[in-house]
Design a protein around this ligand. Structure first.
Ligand SMILES: NC(=O)c1ccc[n+]([C@@H]2O[C@H](COP(=O)([O-])OP(=O)(O)OC[C@H]3O[C@@H](n4cnc5c(N)ncnc54)[C@H](OP(=O)(O)O)[C@@H]3O)[C@@H](O)[C@H]2O)c1
Length: 234
């Protein structure tokens, strides 16, 4: 994989929005993609024809996750792979209505949406190249919480509060940026047209909107500790 293209790691880069971003970024990046399960083989083969790809199995529910991450990152390093950017997108979007909350369900949401990316940031930051940008995908619900998914909104708000603190901890070597997104790939339970109609721009986002902002943040050496909101003016 060592070569001319910068290498980014996408945590949660093998499904849905992560997969769409990997397809976009493959144009000018080598990629390390993680997921809790194997990538879809036909999709992966097609991507491998376009750029260098490594895949890693990082499961937020794995009790040995910390050890696994350290071993995988050491292996990448010894193979000469230098990570020049990281995007943390793994998460869950469960409907969890007030009155039905349980400790197990809440802990699963906190773990996947908050503990996992926090731990990934801790593991990845020392391994990133000088000047790299560590980017988190958040949700515009940090500004106006979803009432049917309040634990999700709370976990993303928790992650949002990490951004300025992590930026202070990791400066000046690493920059940290968050992206608060409106609807990009609607969940099957949501009416995409109705969501689009609630925005000033009368549309939902596209993966290309997110990829453009990721590239912008990576290429903006004076930007850190900030959250960029893209929600079409909801
Ligand atoms: N889609 C949107 O419209 C939208 C809007 C606002 C914000 N966002 C944010 O953008 C990010 C990606 O969105 P999405 O819609 O693609 O999310 P998603 O469908 O919930 O998938 C997120 C990723 O999490 C990974 N994942 C699931 N369980 C895991 C586990 N136990 N351990 C490790 N990884 C696990 C999945 O990969 P595997 O199944 O391979 O593990 C998948 O790549 C999320 O952070 C989301 O909050 C998305």
């Amino acid at each position: 994989m060592p070569g001319e293209k910068p290498c980014w790691i996408l945590v949660g880069g093998m499904r849905r929005l992560g997969a769409a971003l990997a397809e976009d970024l493959a144009r000018d990046h080598a990629l390390v993609l993680t997921g809790s399960r194997e990538a879809e083989p036909v999709w992966l083969k097609a991507l491998e024809r376009r750029t260098s790809i490594r895949t890693l199995r990082w499961d937020a529910m794995d009790p040995d996750l910390g050890t696994q991450m350290m071993a995988d990152l050491a292996a990448l390093e010894s193979d000469g792979i230098r990570l020049e950017g990281a995007v943390l997108l793994a998460g869950a979007f469960p409907e969890q209505r007030f009155g039905h909350w349980t400790m197990d369900d809440l802990e699963r949401t906190w773990r996947l949406n908050l503990s996992f990316p926090t731990l990934c940031a801790q593991a990845l930051a020392p391994k990133l190249a000088d000047g790299a940008c560590l980017q988190f995908l958040l949700d515009a619900s940090i500004h106006h919480p979803f009432l049917k998914r309040l634990p999700h909104s709370a976990s993303k708000a928790g992650l949002a509060s990490l951004i300025p603190g992590l930026a202070r901890l990791l400066a000046p070597r690493i920059r940290v940026v968050g992206h608060a997104l409106g609807t990009v790939l609607p969940d099957v339970s949501n009416d995409a047209d109705r969501l689009a109609a609630r925005t000033l721009l009368q549309r939902n986002g596209e993966p290309a909107d997110v990829a453009r902002a990721l590239r912008f943040a990576a290429q903006s050496p004076y930007l850190t500790g900030e959250i960029i909101t893209q929600d079409g003016g909801r």
